[in-house]
Design a protein around this ligand. Structure first.
Ligand SMILES: Nc1ncnc2c1ncn2[C@@H]1O[C@H](COP(=O)(O)OP(=O)(O)OP(=O)(O)O)[C@@H](O)[C@H]1O
Ligand SMILES: [Mg+2]
Length: 265
């Protein structure tokens, strides 16, 4: 197993306090790793530390063996780490094509940019179909696909995806998870953060449960889904818990992993 990304005993936070408190996590090349955990556990902070938006105060972040903990976001982007952020991030009054091209802003050669755009439009037909429409005229799910397409402009070696299903209706969510699964099948390495834990873990090779800035559990996506302690971690209690899953199977300790409301952050 080759770890493309290694986070080693990282401490990071905002202002005075640490949100990540000795986080150690490896991400294997070619796999989809899904990070789940309660609101405020530090999931987005992990992605910020990897993408250079936040520098660790202590500890190491290595990408392909090279230390990136002190690098700027741009330098990290140039290394091949691209993030699809948690919030909707397209410029709504710009066209779909313009938005996707922005993903290739570090490509200096026009021809290279056009070639990547062509490849990306083949991968994501919606970009070709709606190229001239403003991004704001697309549905939420379509916008998320365009955000994936924009991230693909740099042919990333590691794709960071934060809460892609947030605010989307179930059918569209399925499309987003299917797309992530396809990207993984095409050989992409993906670190996914997902509030909708069941759906995220179902498509994940590796599942990681984060609690208070530390890794509490790590295993195959299926193992984490089946682990009865996950529910307690989510709720900070092992007491009686309600599930919001409408089509939930017979109750088990981990049903609560679906109970964190979508979009609650
Ligand atoms: N820019 C910031 N300044 C100060 N505090 C922040 C900032 N961003 C996040 N935090 C705090 O850090 C903690 C962890 O936040 P983070 O966004 O990493 O959690 P999360 O696990 O992604 O949660 P969610 O599921 O709600 O997205 C929270 O208590 C949050 O309030
Ligand atoms: Mg978050």
């Amino acid at each position: 197993m080759t770890a493309i990304l290694e986070i080693d005993n990282a401490f990071a936070g905002y202002g005075g306090g640490n949100i990540l408190r000795g986080l150690t996590l490896n991400v294997e090349a070619g796999k989809l790793t899904c990070l789940v955990g309660p609101n405020g556990a530090g999931k987005s902070t992990v992605l910020k530390v990897v993408s250079g938006l936040l520098h660790p105060r202590k500890g190491e972040v290595r990408f392909q063996g090279q230390s990136i903990g002190k690098m700027s976001p741009r330098a990290i982007l140039m290394q091949g780490i691209v993030q699809v952020p948690q919030d909707r991030s397209l410029f709504s009054t710009m066209t779909v094509r313009e938005n996707v091209l922005l993903g290739g802003f570090t490509l200096s050669h026009h021809a290279e940019k056009e070639q990547r755009l062509e490849e990306v439009m083949t991968r994501f037909p919606i970009v070709r179909e709606r190229a001239k429409d403003t991004a704001g005229s697309l549905s939420g799910g379509q916008q998320k696909l365009v955000e994936f397409a924009r991230a693909m402009m740099l042919d990333p070696k590691l794709l960071l995806v934060d809460e892609p299903s947030m605010g989307l209706e179930p059918r569209v969510r399925r499309l987003v998870f299917d797309t992530l699964q396809e990207l993984r099948a095409e050989g992409r390495t993906i670190l996914l953060v997902e509030q909708n834990a069941r759906s995220g873990l179902e498509i994940a090779d590796v599942g990681v449960v984060l609690e208070r800035g530390q890794v509490r559990l790590k295993g195959s996506g299926a193992d984490i889904l089946a682990d009865p302690s996950v529910g307690a971690i989510y709720m900070g209690t092992s007491g009686r818990l309600k599930t919001r899953v409408q089509d939930a199977p017979a109750p088990t300790g981990n049903d609560v992993i679906e109970s964190a409301p979508d979009g609650a952050s």
